[in-house]
Design a protein around this ligand. Structure first.
Ligand code: 13P
Length: 340
């Protein structure tokens, strides 16, 4: 079992490949669809996601796994093929978001703790039957006045570790995602310190829970200035500080680190990843597990209309290729213009 998990984790970070996060909850996908004036019906959600998963060339070449929401892993494509099989037929692994969302943390105003441990063992067994090879759990850490608290850092790390252990027992590779949010006007060094704290605590709890790091993937935020900071750090500083935090906190036995995009623009997310891979020697593979930064252009090109599918697939294929290059440190800004 351990060897099998390690093999899957390694394949998830095969050279030039990364993960497509398409696991928006019903509430989040509605927000995305609202932005293109499209109703969030079950059929529209299916059509949109099927369109992405059937971008076959890009999927084969640049996508190692797709994170799905509970509804999607049970859905069938228009021709009746389960969407999980459409994904698997491209060579990518279907994965599943298993947390049930970040909820208010008691006695910690402004902070969240992620729920979903109750019944998780049974749900993991069902998802394995439905074809999942890996899972995701997202913890959210908020930076603010006096935040985060030790309570939030600890409660979230503890939940991540319990989740990861249950997944490994059940045969799924856990993606461990402690996300320090970009929201706020904090500077990059504040993000550096909070990310260090969150990762130190996470790896301590993973150790206590007996999690085999070889069969895990880390999905962290990059070390980056707050969204509304007036003097945001540039690409080289983000790359340098992110790599420094990771080297200080993430054991070398972890096979891969796949970043979330967290609200960065499409090109920023690509440029940061490429800068890290181009300039630093690291014990793990650094790649992507982007939601918005892989889908944003495709969602807008689609606009909820079947006649735009080819344009939307082209937009998705382009971002997948750019990020595949970034995962090897080979992306340049000129490549964006060439395509345009
Ligand atoms: P973003 O890349 O849009 O942050 O989403 C990734 C994800 O899966 C967050 O859990």
């Amino acid at each position: 079992m351990n060897e099998q998990l390690a093999k899957v984790a390694e394949a998830m970070v095969a050279p030039g490949k990364g993960i497509l996060a398409a696991d928006e909850s019903t509430g989040t996908i509605k927000k995305r669809f609202d932005s293109i004036n499209t109703d969030s019906t079950e059929d529209n959600r299916r059509d949109y996601r099927e369109m992405l998963f059937r971008t076959t060339g890009a999927m084969r070449e640049h996508i190692s796994g797709v994170i799905l929401f509970d509804e999607t892993i049970r859905q069938k494509a228009k021709d009746g093929t389960p969407l999980a099989k459409v994904i698997a037929d491209t060579g990518a692994f279907p994965g599943i978001k298993v947390d049930t969302g970040a909820k208010d943390l008691a006695h910690s105003s402004g902070e969240k703790v992620t729920e979903g441990l109750d019944g998780l063992r049974e749900r993991v067994a069902e998802y394995v039957e439905l074809g999942a090879k890996f899972a995701k759990w997202r913890a959210v850490i908020n930076i603010g006045a006096g935040l985060p608290s030790h309570n939030a850092i600890h409660a979230n790390a503890h939940a991540l570790a319990r989740y990861a252990a249950i997944c490994q027992e059940g045969g799924l590779v856990p993606i461990v995602e402690p996300e320090v949010l970009m929201d706020g006007d904090h500077d990059i060094d504040t993000c550096y310190n909070v990310t260090t704290w969150a990762l130190k605590e996470t790896y301590l709890e993973l150790f206590y829970a007996g999690v085999r790091l070889e069969g895990t993937i880390l999905k962290p935020n990059m070390v980056i200035s707050g969204t509304t900071n007036s003097n945001r750090a540039g690409v080289e500083e983000v790359a340098e500080k992110t790599v420094r935090v990771l080297k200080n906190c993430v054991p070398a036995s972890v096979p891969g680190i796949c970043f979330l995009s967290g609200g960065q623009s499409d090109e920023e997310a690509t440029a940061h990843l490429s800068a890290m891979n181009a300039a630093y020697d690291m014990p793990w593979t650094l790649s992507f597990s982007y939601g918005r930064a892989l889908q944003h252009a495709a969602l807008n090109a689609w606009g909820g209309k079947a006649e735009n599918e080819a344009a939307a697939q082209a937009a998705f294929a382009h971002r997948a290729r750019m990020n595949g290059l970034a995962a090897q440190g080979k992306w340049t800004e000129a490549m964006e213009k060439e395509a345009a």
